[in-house]
Design a protein around this ligand. Sequence first.
Ligand SMILES: OCN(O)CCCc1ccccc1
Ligand code: NI
Length: 183
Amino acid sequence: MITMKDIVREGHPVLTQVAKDVELPLNENDKKTLEEMLLFLKNSQDEEIAQKYDLRAGVGLAAPQLGISKRMMAVHFQDFDENEYSYGLINPKIVSHSIAQTYLSSGEGCLSVDREVPGYVPRYQKITIKATDLDGNEVKLKLRGYAAIVFQHELDHLNGVMFYDHINKQDPFTIPENAKACD
Ligand SMILES: OCN(O)CCCc1ccccc1
Ligand code: NI
């Protein structure tokens, strides 16, 4: 099972590389990795398992965070309206997005960053994503608010972008242009 020792931390070059497309159909190895990533997220949100294995709770994970520079990501979370999102996605891409932006007033963190980096992280308020899921099906997801934020955080990892790259250097808490807080 994946534990925190498998997660690379900032400074590792894989986190700033652009990950490569995954060959389809998914080979057994990539499929197993993506299933393990989804299981890690579920484990990290289970109080007992997280405590037993000292897991930091995560709502998403991208393959580069395991040192695997491939365009695969997993998400497992409920948004503020209790919609459930639990996916292993391959070669995800944003096919459209709003002009309007959003951000979490609490800022963001990252399992690959062992420090607080304060500041608002501006993100598109609405995005439409196309990807292939673990069963090999084409999925098209229309996301907004918190769900849009989580998916964009993971997609950034596939492009070697960290959440703090978006924080305004002059004033980390300046309200991003045409943005409304998500929470
Ligand atoms: O890449 C996943 N990760 O480092 C875990 C935290 C994910 C995350 C945290 C705050 C807002 C959006 C997404
Ligand atoms: Ni992250």
